[in-house]
Design a protein around this ligand. Structure first.
Ligand SMILES: [Zn+2]
Length: 478
């Protein structure tokens, strides 16, 4: 008997000891000091400010684009960046999207593509009074540049242009060719960037690396980790929108049936929201958790992250508790538009919901549709794919690849103590079109916890602008 008890104690103590050893021995990602950020010429800030002042708003319907505004923006680029316009060739694609080609000295090297978009989302008229500055003022106030587009995504575009113009001033020529690709309707259809990708494919271009907006540095989003974490995008979730339609003869609201179309739809949506989509830790997410595991200052988190073999279920549960964690580990499904009824005293015969989904890599639009059908569990609800845009989850760039390493190195070089990690993006960007011409698509710009994009008080600290210019310079030099 004593022997059995001893064996049981050993069986419990051994794993417990092993878990504690792994927890206390967990090494944080190596610390480092980045070189000081180079000062920018005053003209750089002025250029960003002027770019924000031109309201290159993407209308929902691309045919309603205000071309005069986009022409003004083109003139600004030509005046602000004379050397780029002298020494690089420019293709104008679908009216206002651009490819600038900077020929390298070694044609055998696959080119580098730096991307950005310069259209912006509109500012709701009712929100203007909530802004600290006028939304399109481009005001420079307290070491910060304010205005719609400051972050999304004129920061990237102007930083790329500043980096290239400065290198041209030094008579620098890159070894590999560098292509600058700028879309003008990313916020609506993304057709500009799609056309650029098609054109480059026709020209037989295969890029070693493509860097677009998406991931950034965070100091705020990962609880318990005090160091900055570079979320380097290596793939995108899919996107699909579905319509759910309930129909039942309506009538006078004084004599309602037991069940109406609105009741049917409400029940369907409620049931759908109760259903949990499968939660999974994908390989890049596991790598992300591993890289931050040694830097968590919460004991339970540190223990769980360093012993995922035992605590994966607990980590998944914890991640499922908050919206960022949920978005990283599962397909999300949420109603965004409800439509029904025309008068207060008429029972509507139709009720419609628009449901937006973001699909985890490894799943498909078809599977999500089947999940919605099962969740709703009512054959009377008609379900169909809707909306102008749907895309399956993208392929994922290998985080052992050269492209990932180069972006990680450049990010580390411009930010003290950064932990660079792979990251699956929850939104879709122009770069998804470029996966046909490159295995090295990466989404990252070294801004830090950007504020106000698509919302109120969009703004960019000057420090982040400096960081971005230096980051693109390093990528071109690399
Ligand atoms: Zn954007």
């Amino acid at each position: 008997m004593k022997k059995i008890i001893a064996v049981i104690i050993v069986l419990i103590l051994l794993p417990a000891g092993w878990i504690l050893v792994r927890t206390f021995n967990a090494k944080p990602w190596p610390s480092h000091k980045a070189a000081p950020l180079a000062a920018l010429p005053d003209s750089a800030l002025l250029h960003l400010s002027m770019a924000i002042r031109i309201p290159t708003v993407s209308p929902q319907d691309p045919s309603r684009i205000d071309t005069s505004v986009f022409v003004r923006y083109r003139t600004l680029l030509e005046n602000a960046y004379p050397l780029i316009h002298q020494r690089l060739t420019r293709d104008i694609v679908t009216g206002f999207s651009y490819i600038y080609t900077w020929k390298g000295t070694d044609p055998s090297l696959p080119p580098l593509i730096l991307m950005a978009h310069y259209d912006v989302v509109p500012v709701e008229p009712s929100a203007i009074k909530l802004w600290t500055t006028q939304p399109f003022s481009g005001e420079i106030k307290g070491d910060t540049v304010w205005g719609r587009g400051a972050v999304d995504d004129k920061c990237s575009m102007i930083s790329i242009m500043e980096a290239v113009e400065a290198l041209l001033r030094q008579n620098y020529t890159p070894r590999r060719s560098v292509l600058l690709c700028f879309g003008h309707n990313e916020e609506s259809t993304g057709q500009g960037a799609a056309a650029i990708a098609r054109l480059l494919q026709q020209r037989g271009i295969h890029a070693g690396m493509v860097v677009d907006e998406g991931g950034e540095i965070t100091r705020e989003k990962i609880p318990g980790v005090r160091r900055p974490v570079g979320l380097i995008g290596i793939g995108e979730k899919g996107y699909a929108t579905f319509e759910l339609l309930a129909e039942k003869t309506g009538g006078h609201s004084s004599r309602p049936d037991k069940e109406t179309a609105v009741d049917m739809l409400a029940r369907a949506l409620y049931k759908l929201r109760q259903e949990k989509t499968p939660h999974r830790i994908l390989d890049p997410t596991r790598e992300f958790l591993t890289r931050i595991s040694g830097s968590s200052n919460k004991f339970m988190d540190k223990m769980a992250l360093n012993n995922l073999w035992l605590f994966e279920g607990y980590v998944l549960y914890k991640m499922g508790e908050d919206k960022d964690g949920r978005a990283m580990t599962s397909t999300t499904i949420v109603p965004t538009i409800l439509e029904s009824g025309v008068r207060e005293n008429v029972i509507p015969s139709q009720a419609k919901a628009i449901v937006n989904t973001r699909i985890l890599p490894g799943e498909s639009i078809k599977e999500v549709e089947a999940f919605i059908r099962r969740g709703v569990d009512d054959d009377r609800i008609k379900i169909r794919l809707a909306g102008d845009f749907a895309t399956e989850p993208s392929s994922m760039t290998d985080y052992h690849s050269d492209a990932f390493k180069k972006v990680a190195d450049a990010a580390v070089a411009v930010s003290d103590d950064l932990i660079p990690t792979p990251f699956i993006m929850v939104g879709a960007t122009d770069s998804r079109n470029f996966r046909t011409i490159s295995d090295g698509v990466i989404n990252f710009c070294p801004t830090t916890d950007s504020k106000g994009y698509h919302g109120i008080d969009e703004r960019l600290p000057v420090k982040d602008f400096q960081r971005a210019v230096q980051f693109y310079t390093l990528l071109i030099n690399g």
